[in-house]
Design a protein around this ligand. Structure first.
Ligand code: F6P
Length: 338
């Protein structure tokens, strides 16, 4: 008989055991809450139109993006999973204008959670990859209700980060600061099973991911790097590059974790004033922690993403260059030379 394997729940409990008496079990409980939200979302995403979850709503989020039906459903599922169990003290979601404190009377936990409940949601209606991204921070010990400033912690303070990719199979990829592990959802028993232990990003690559339709707006170093990539063997980089664009960051980062690559959403002339396109708390920091923990690099072009000091706006944006270490360093040399 095929063995069951290591479930995500037993993996998390085992991690807790390693901490001996220092662990209260709250962190384990919190990750379990997040897992439940992701499983519920996976179930709806997999059913697609059969569950009536495709299409847009009439509302926009704080960043002015039209919200898809599934954005709001996934957001509610995260909140529902996190606000009832006493593991979390507050949440920040890409889909909410303000941070969320817990309703009166609900038990407070030691952690803050930030999440993008359905990253790449424009892929939902075309049955392509979407995902959830989350990050766990410590809540201030002395406050009943955390404020936006309490979420303004640099990415280096993250206790854990992860994503759940809803692709051909659903996968949870998680780091608690001790490497990166990937778990595949077995739909017949409803459990994530460890299938990708110790994920490591190859240091070298010849694959990049960038939305080329923005080319004319990119900053000069990125223009030059992509131009050099596209010259292939005859160009200064001396090799042929391949390009991929899933249009969901979760999909891009998962591919990079599996076979290497670089993902860029750089500063461009239209978003320079607001700092970039992707969000520091929901996308930049959690993905940077995962990528670095898997041996890759994550930079803005001007410094480590995880060292960016948040400005207190939960929707702060950041330029993103992340993936295979040597290739990220190559891109940084274009910035240094600019
Ligand atoms: O919300 C951000 C996001 O959907 C990312 O997941 C993705 O990488 C990017 O935006 C796609 O951007 P574009 O619309 O430029 O293809």
């Amino acid at each position: 008989m095929k063995k069951l394997g290591i479930t995500l729940s037993s993996f998390i409990i085992d991690e807790q055991r390693k901490l001996g008496n220092k662990a209260s079990g709250q962190f384990t409980g919190l990750l379990n809450d997040i897992t439940i939200a992701c499983k519920s979302i996976a179930n709806l995403v997999n059913q697609g139109d059969l569950a009536g979850v495709l299409g847009a709503t009439k509302s926009e989020n704080a960043m002015g993006d039209v919200q898809k039906k599934m954005d709001l459903i996934a957001n509610d599922l995260f909140i529902d999973a996190l606000e009832n169990n006493g593991h979390c003290a507050g949440m920040a979601s890409e889909e909410l204008d303000e941070i969320l404190t817990l309703p009166e009377g609900k038990p407070r936990g030691k952690y803050l959670v930030t999440f993008d409940p359905l990253d790449g949601s424009s892929n939902m209606d075309i049955n392509m990859d979407v995902g959830a991204i989350f990050s766990v921070l410590r809540a201030p010990a002395d406050k009943e209700n955390p404020t936006a400033e309490d979420f303004a912690q640099p990415g280096t303070e993250q206790v854990a980060a992860g994503y759940c990719l809803y692709g051909p199979s659903s996968m949870m990829v998680l780091t608690t600061g001790n490497g990166v592990n990937g778990f595949t959802l077995c739909s017949s028993i409803g459990e994530f099973i460890l299938t990708h232990p110790h994920m490591e990003i190859p240091s070298d690559t010849s694959e990049y991911a960038i939305n080329s339709s923005n080319q004319r707006f990119w900053e000069a170093p990125v223009q030059k790097y992509i131009e050099d990539c596209n010259q292939g063997e005859e160009g200064p980089l001396g090799k042929r590059y391949n390009m991929r664009w899933v249009a969901a960051m979760v999909g891009e980062i998962h591919r990079i974790l599996c076979r290497g690559g670089v993902f860029l959403y750089p500063i461009d002339e239209r978003n320079r004033e607001v700092g970039g396109k992707l969000r520091l708390l929901y996308e930049g920091n959690p993905m940077a922690m995962i990528v670095e923990q898997a041996g890759g690099a994550a930079n803005t072009g001007y410094g480590r993403i995880m060292e960016v000091q948040p400005n207190g706006d939960p929707h702060q944006r950041v330029p993103v260059i992340m993936g295979s270490k040597n290739e990220v360093e190559k891109i940084l040399s274009y910035h240094a030379a600019d």
